[in-house]
Design a protein around this ligand. Sequence first.
Ligand code: AHR
Length: 854
Amino acid sequence: MIKRTWFLFSTVLLFAQIITAQEKATISIDAAKTGARIAPTLHGIFFEEISHAGEGGIYAELIQNRGFEENRLPAGTSLVDGFIVPERTPHFSMPNNGVSDWKMEWPVKSQWPAWSMNATGKSVVNLSLTKADPLNSATPQSLQIDIQQADPNGKADVANEGFWGINAISGDEYYFNFYARSDERYMGNITVSLQSSNGNVLATYKFEKTNSKIWKKYSCTLKPVKTDPKAKFVLSFDNTGTVWIDFVSLFPAKTFKDRPNGLRNDLAQYIADLKPAFIRWPGGCFVEGINIQSAPDWRNTIGPVEKRPGTYSPWGYWTSDGFGYDEYLQFCEDIHSSALYVFNAGVSCDFRSGTFIKDEDLRPYIQNALDAIEYAIGPADSKWGKIRVTNGHPKPYPLKYVEVGNEQQGPRYASRYNRFYTAIKDKFPGIQIMASMGIGDVNKYTLDSMRRVDYADEHAYKSAFWSMNNYDHFDKYKRGNYEMYVGEYATNNGVGSGNMIAALSDAVYIFGMERNSDLIKMSSYAPLLVNTNDVDWPVNLINFDASKSFARISYYAIKMLNDNRADVNLSTAATVTHPAVKQPKFGGGIGLSTWDTKTEYKDIEVIQNGNVVYKSDFINQPGDWQLLRGKWNVTSDSSLAQTAEGAQQFALLKNKTFDTYTLKLKGRKIDGYNAFIIPFAVKDSNTFLRAHIGSWVNQNSVFESVTNGYDVADITGQKKLPAKIEKGKWYDIRVEVGIDTVKCYLDDTLLMSYSEPAKVFAISGKDERNGDIILKVVNATSTPVEAGIEISNLYNIASNGELITLSASSPGAENSYETPKKTVPLSEKIDGISSKFKRIFPPYSLSILRIKQH
Ligand code: AHR
């Protein structure tokens, strides 16, 4: 039996996973001992224009490239061999005014993306883009349609495919608008229709005798008679002549809260259901832009939609900015969230062009931020407040926070932050100002150079179980004269597309934030939305296509934790008891592997209890090994050499598994980037752990987990190697695999050690509205955990309470389009609660228990 006790304001139950036996735990809550208060602002959301989150996403517009502008190159870039290349100016994080060679593939393959022409029979139609006589300067191009012959028995059509299809729903209304002008020859009609992919007309309207030399707006309502999630939109012409069209828009009448130019209902509802305290917008890297010239400017996103020029997202597509500053602020108001607006600080993205505009050129950027704030909250007679009123919103919007740039850091950024801070506080003392901290932890380096910080914004993208391995991450933070905002967090490595382990890891991460709520006041998961037809980021909270949507399990974990956020932490202690006999954690096969490296291995031995139970003999028994990926050959000195380029090369010792053992071998790097990879705990060729010596281009060592063959996650931090692995030199490698700890040695020096992380966690707090004690427990083990729960200093405990459980039968379980509700929380009333009672928490579960008083 092992006993451990923690006296934080919470309880951490740390112990190795036991495969066969049931864990037992005691959780003791002292209801009279309160800890830090938990901010009502703890859970917000972060919206970024990534993966078509807005355009072709939550913004309900159904026509892609409605303004015919999407073949335009972003400002300040040129097209070179299929790539867009920003002007080569000094990159702020490169030494000696170095210039980045960053470029991005230009995905546009047509002059009029998403549009196509269909002329059948004897019809002859030519399409071209023209800049002549534009509708307005924000939409300088229009589509010129020359109908040279219009066959009454054929078609002269121009179609739009929407965003990977248009979701036409039978009986629903769709508002259609477009602008057209024509030459004197075109005396015909323009018929618009929604059509299914096989050409069946679902809804249609004929604009008769449309001849107008000047731009004219046409509008109608379409009502499909059948549902088709992959419909297309078609304009049909029936006369010869030339017609120019621009700003073609099709909008569902039903939008979230029935707002015109509004949001897609299902997606907005997912967000509203999360009850976010705030919405951060519009990014992310989006704010920074690929270069300074093409970074977003809120002023281009307000007013009539056809006068918004659009922004090129660094994620590789245009947004029409239909979900602009007003629509964002309106959404905040509609769902009772505060707004957190992020603006460009005169810096473009570090991972892209990396421009840092000169300090003397900063003034317009400061003014731009002040104007944005004035637009949102300024009085109706202020310059920008007046424009807000003109745009239909007399009352101020709920803007409460702004952030100076995204993921910038260091003293240079800090001094820039200081300038923004002073200017904003002078004019708007009530606005809270966030400082970005780069990717990763809050760094002293940045913070110490800032005169005053309201909130420091840490971004945290982590691997499976990281939060469990690093449960004390925030406990260790030095408290100071600032609050913390975790502006982007997610467990997104080694978790499939967002599985149960991701959700449990995210839940434990949130436990860590709640426990440290004296410091952490706000957080938001990232990214929020993904159109699964164009995925820019591996794991996202809410997935959708043109007609369907579903939320990852993490969504439900966050929702549960926000719905059941306590007001104040309670002191809790825990005792965990393990079954007497522990099961080995790292049982399985062994292998040899490389990554972008040519390497030889020899003299492999597996030793158990002092006996050599396996010894390699590649010359006489090459068949012992299964050569799964890569190019392996046996050398004259009986080594196995891997000589192919590329990642994840893998050889597996056949038909042998070991539980606890020492693996000894020699390795020699021949060429390439890294050095040695030794798989162990191999379940199959796609699922194993491995010791990676010479990771990060031969600089580090790390234990990694591999799932799905190619999904690699660090399970320990990267540790610097004492020295790079030399080419041509034989090294002694030793991997000691214990019951729940594995150690890796190089030439008898311990490089790294890994112990099975904590898998059971609990915190508790008090809901002051009704006196409920809220107990939250994560059991990330594969077995049920029986907990004895003891509550002191709480009287009149009701025997019945409420239990909400989110659990899955396997760690890899995921929600999907096919089974969107496979893993969602289930609520039940339970009995038998007293000051001392027992409860079994299921495997792979997050449970929230509300203990009530009568
Ligand atoms: O959330 C995706 C990206 O991750 C954001 O754009 C950026 O801020 C972060 O690095």
